[in-house]
Design a protein around this ligand. Structure first.
Ligand SMILES: C[S@@+](CC[C@H](N)C(=O)[O-])C[C@H]1O[C@@H](n2cnc3c(N)ncnc32)[C@H](O)[C@@H]1O
Length: 320
């Protein structure tokens, strides 16, 4: 009798736990919907803006032709949806190679602790955490959050780093990673690459990794990058690019279209966002075209380097 009562009590606890979990899940969904509504309202008012980008033309969302407003909303929705699974999906999809690409990107930049960085479309912070590591190594220091031996007071944050991203959810994941790593001095700013909320001539370096192909108007984003960089400042972009070798391209296409969206479904419960990812890579300009676009924005000494047969490329240019 008492065992039955015990089991009933356990069952009751399990039901309560389950209900709490469902409530949490619903709250998260409501938050996400509220954010999307807020974003859509912001977007509607931005179509009349003088500065930045005014929406109106047609563009691509993956292989779909959509209006620019629609693309902006859809891209925002994609990253609001995938934020919590973004890092694990990156590792799974690329077999961890995205880490090598990002390390390579940082080693080309060779930052020092004095480099004032703006990382646009910075998402969950992958680039800025690497920046801190590389800048720390350049100085021979252990990096940020160091506790002084004598006073036991944390030393002032030694880096000037700003992350700007359009998705609040991606920024939240980045911020909580930063807290865990002890990097409390990073500025996390919600903003659009096409209309950066910063004054002219502010930064030594502008980085954007796997972000620019999601932006509706790439030319406007490049103009903005030029505007916020100090004279002499450097623009650096890491982005998926075009594979020229036909055999490698065939294998890469098979993998991309047949593995990535199903993986997105299984891990993140989201096929469409990952279908968009592989399609958006194919519609982004090739290495030479993108180089010309960077030059048209005013950058000089523009160059690029292919990584992994051109699956990704690093573009670099200077404001001189
Ligand atoms: C593929 S993630 C890259 C995140 C990070 N840079 C990395 O390498 O892991 C693309 C990011 O671009 C952001 N994004 C998309 N459109 C944007 C825009 N117009 N302005 C700023 N960020 C944007 C998304 O919110 C998302 O965080």
């Amino acid at each position: 009798m008492s065992r039955i009562a015990l089991n009933l009590r356990k069952f009751g606890h399990r039901v309560t736990l389950c209900n709490t979990r469902n409530t949490l899940c619903n709250t998260r969904n409501t938050l996400c919907n509220t954010r999307n509504t807020l974003y859509n309202t912001r977007l509607a008012s931005s179509s009349t803006k003088e500065e930045g980008h005014s929406y109106g033309k047609e563009t691509h969302f993956g292989f779909e032709t959509v209006s620019e407003e629609e693309k902006a909303k859809k891209v925002h929705g994609v990253f609001e949806n995938v934020a919590s699974k973004y890092d694990v999906m990156n590792d799974l999809m690329s077999g961890g190679i995205h880490r090598v690409w990002k390390d390579c990107f940082m080693s080309r930049l060779r930052p020092t602790p004095n480099t004032k960085l703006l990382d646009v479309a910075g998402g969950t912070g992958d680039i800025v955490f690497r920046f801190i590591r590389h800048a720390g190594q350049a100085e021979g220091s252990a990096g940020a959050g160091v506790v002084s031996d004598h006073t036991e007071e944390p030393s002032p944050y030694p880096y000037d780093i700003t992350v700007c991203d359009i998705s609040e959810s991606m920024l939240e994941v980045g911020q909580s990673r930063a807290d865990k790593l002890g990097h409390q001095g990073i500025r996390w700013v919600c903003g659009d690459a096409q209309n950066l909320p910063f004054d002219d001539d502010q930064f030594d370096c502008y980085t954007i990794a796997f972000g620019i192909r999601n932006v509706v108007d790439v030319e406007t984003a490049l103009d903005e990058a030029y505007r916020v960089l100090k004279p002499g400042g450097r623009f650096m972009c890491l982005e998926f690019s075009q594979v020229k070798n036909p055999a490698v391209r065939w294998a890469y296409d098979q993998y991309s279209f047949n593995i990535i969206p199903p993986l997105g479904q299984v891990i993140a419960g989201d096929w469409k966002s990952y279908q968009y990812l592989v399609e958006s890579i194919r519609t982004f300009p090739d290495q030479e075209t993108f180089k010309e676009m960077i030059e048209e924005a005013g950058f000089r000494n523009v160059s690029y380097e292919n990584l992994t047969f051109g699956v990704t490329a690093i573009h670099s240019g200077f404001k001189i």
